[in-house]
Design a protein around this ligand. Sequence first.
Ligand code: KIV
Ligand code: NA
Length: 275
Amino acid sequence: SARVTIPLLQQWKEERRRITMTTAYDAVTARIADSIVDILLVGDSVGNVCLGYDNTLPVSMPMMNYHLEAVARTRPRALLVADMPFLSFHVSPQETIRNAGGFLQRGADAVKLEGGAKRIDMIRALVQCEIPVMGHLGLTPQSVNVMGGFRVQGRTSEAALQLLEDAHRLEQAGCFALVLEGIPAELAARVTEILKIPTIGIGAGAKCSGQVLVFHDVVGLTEGHRPKFVRPYSNGFQVLQDALASWATDVREGTFPDAQESYRLPESLAEVVAN
Ligand code: KIV
Ligand code: NA
């Protein structure tokens, strides 16, 4: 099907056609997901999902570029969004533009960055350079130390009003879409109602313009604590481990490989090796 574009996402919000987004960190996950979803996100969640870190803070620009390049080589039809890691958009507009521009030069269609009012100047600088920006509000994982853990946000009237104002400011700064993570469903519904741009929810209820989940969570590859907003659609971990165990058993029993899975010498040479 046709390539997904930013104007198309805007049209889909207006038509109330729900948008789907998942993560891709390498060529394999990109190929599996590309024909299914509208947006592929090279998320900084690669840090905890694939690289063994406890949170996303250790993820760097070189790490993000490495994963983005692997996904971009598959030339996805989905809109390709690259996540700006911690400290890549905080130091100066110059550094922010270089980092985000580098993502676009590596094949990303847009970048995503976490935060509200405090990040408006950086977002404006990017939009000024023709770099499309997806915002991200609510439970922003790069703020884990400030939040005191991964906690639902926007639950007090003060916090809810602040989030509504941040959402407005991100739209005014030129964001083309907004991820809403870990906030009450009613608040996400209200943001979706008052903004013109689409909202993509994760742990933010069903009234957003679309939904995002980490690929490994959807297919059941993640171990350990599972947040309530994750619905695994397969036991990927068990399915893959069972396949591997069957192969290991066959090897140990000598039934893998069989004749069909082996190469043969030409008839005329068989006896040369035998002797
Ligand atoms: O890094 C990520 O996977 C994300 C999504 C969950 C929105 O930021
Ligand atoms: Na992220």
